[in-house]
Design a binder for this molecule. Structure first.
Ligand code: KIV
Ligand code: ZN
Length: 516
């Protein structure tokens, strides 16, 4: 298997993401993690850009022992000297020199002819060669450079002393076919090409960064450049984790591999996201929260029977514990039953059916049903008592300048529908008055407790009430994504318990309950 070198530029091109600014300590923390991940080269920054960046590159250069540390430099003596200063303490330093080669950049940015560009680049490489044994040269915007001229530039760089020639698709313009062909042509036509490494550096403006890097590998690239999570200038760079997993998963096809420690990928991704403040989208390949999550019933059923039905790689490969079967409205009974078993519950068929129906009901209201949600559903099931009253609907009218009112519809066990409207000091008070008047059950609300039992905006709210009637206190509990509905359920639940006690003759002073 051919080894593909990994050049990480999270700390340089990645830091060029709008809004990202890493201080020295943050760069160091990421650099240590990149070392654990096993990248071959770490581009730590652009020392001529600011004294802060020079200091950060210097700190990374002194700290990193198991990767070459690279500093970026324009083709200028002052930049090269700043990089020399920054890389002083590095065990394996490398200078990354760049000068644009495309007609657009030559004409509008550099105002240089082809000959002038060649001369300036050659002079810079030769100057740097006095101080660096490893030099990478990048003809910026190589992707839009005339192919003959790119061959000339590459030949010049080899002769002048570069050890790596990088081919940046600076503006993410090329298709994989075109980008791959550049590598093929350089390999076939440039004298001395076997003496150096060819590197691929892609941007994601058209969503091609990973595909282009892989096309370069198929056509002879020795190194890929990229960032963790694909962060970088504009739409970002090639995501290193995507290339690494493509090579790992499709070894037979690519016949090439990196030497990355793949189980460090998830941790590295989280760290970069945390320190750059760039959130990884849920659907991001490899490291997105949903990359190993399955929601639809059909997929979950397949996963439970055989993981390879819907997973081409395992989450353990990148250091995650397990795939996630997300319980939501598309989930089926199979996944639901497995989840309950996982949580330590084994239900009879009938109980399972009832709980599954409640789960589906909840899943319609919530995007994702968590373990805590399920526990609440199960507890609701276990404490069921005969229902004299069943809350059908509530309607609440509230305004800060008007008296709140509530309309409730309650089904009595004999099939009679009770309906009542009442006002109150607040919405909950109005609901409780309406229930009291509808049922004719007079009881005192002696305690009311509300808490969130799950997390997020659509969390389940749980209401506990204590109702006292003839000195007998009972508790009631209601759960819903809506706190007013939970409050109504809790009250009706408590009424049912009062009635149950009355019927079974167990209502006595001994039943006075203390609050949980
Ligand atoms: O995209 C680019 O061209 C670069 C160069 C500095 C290599 O980042
Ligand atoms: Zn770039």
């Amino acid at each position: 298997m051919r080894k593909i070198y990994v050049f990480d530029t999270t700390l340089r091109d990645g830091e060029q993401s709008p809004g990202v600014n890493l201080n020295t300590n943050e760069k160091l923390e990421i650099a240590y993690q990149l070392e654990r991940l096993g990248v071959d080269r770490i581009e730590a920054g652009f020392p001529a850009a600011s004294p802060g960046d020079l200091a950060a590159v210097n700190a990374v250069a002194s700290a990193v022992k198991n990767a070459s540390v690279v500093a970026l430099s324009r083709a200028r003596i002052s930049d090269i000297d700043a990089a020399r200063e920054a890389l002083k303490g590095a065990q394996d330093p490398c200078l990354h020199l760049f000068l644009a080669s495309s007609p657009i950049h030559r004409q509008h940015k550099l105002r240089m002819s082809k000959e002038q560009m060649l001369e300036a680049a050659e002079a810079a490489i030769k100057y740097a060669k006095q101080y660096f044994s490893k030099i990478e040269f990048s003809p910026e915007d190589a992707g839009r450079t005339e192919i003959d001229f790119l061959c000339q530039v590459t030949e010049m760089a080899i002769k002048a002393g570069a050890s790596v020639v990088n081919i940046p698709d600076t503006v993410g313009y090329l298709s994989p076919y075109e980008y791959g062909n550049i590598f093929k042509t350089l390999k076939e036509q440039v004298p001395g090409i076997e003496k150096i490494q060819l590197s691929a550096h892609c941007h994601d403006d058209l969503g091609m960064a990973t595909a282009n890097a892989l096309a370069a590998i198929l056509n002879g690239a020795d190194q890929i450049e990229g960032t963790i999570n694909g962060i970088g200038e504009r739409a970002g760079n090639t995501a290193i984790e995507e290339v690494a997993l493509a090579l790992e998963t499709r070894q037979q096809f690519y016949q090439a591999k990196t030497t990355l420690v793949l189980p460090e990928i998830a941790r590295t991704s989280r760290l970069v996201s945390k320190l750059t403040g760039m959130v990884v989208p849920g659907n991001k390949a490899i490291v997105g929260a949903n990359a190993f999550a399955h929601e639809s019933g059909i997929h979950q059923d397949g996963m439970l029977k055989e993981k390879t039905t819907y997973e081409i790689m395992s989450p353990e490969t990148i250091g995650l514990k397990d795939s996630k079967l997300v319980l939501g409205k598309h989930s089926g009974r199979h996944a639901f039953r497995e989840k309950l078993i996982d949580m330590g519950y084994e239900l009879e068929e009938e109980q399972l059916n009832i709980t599954f129906a409640k789960f589906k009901d909840l899943a319609d209201k919530k995007k994702e049903v968590s373990d805590e949600d399920i526990r609440v559903l199960l507890e609701q099931k276990l404490i069921d008592i005969p229902e004299e009253y069943k809350l059908e609907t509530i309607f609440v009218e509230y305004g800060n300048q008007s008296t709140p009112s509530a309309r409730v519809r309650i089904l009595r066990a004999d099939g009679h529908m009770l309906e009542q409207v009442a006002e109150g000091n607040g919405s909950v008070d109005a609901i409780y008055h309406a229930i009291e008047q509808a049922t004719g059950e007079e009881a005192q609300l002696t305690d009311y407790l509300i808490k969130s039992v799950t997390h997020g905006k659509d969390a389940l709210g749980e209401v506990h009430v204590v109702l006292t009637q003839n000195e007998v206190a009972v508790q009631g509990r209601g759960v819903s994504t809506d706190i007013l509905e939970a409050s109504a359920h809790a009250y009706v639940d408590a009424l049912n318990r009062i009635i149950e006690k009355r019927k079974s003759g167990t209502a006595s002073r001994r039943d006075k309950m203390s609050l949980i």
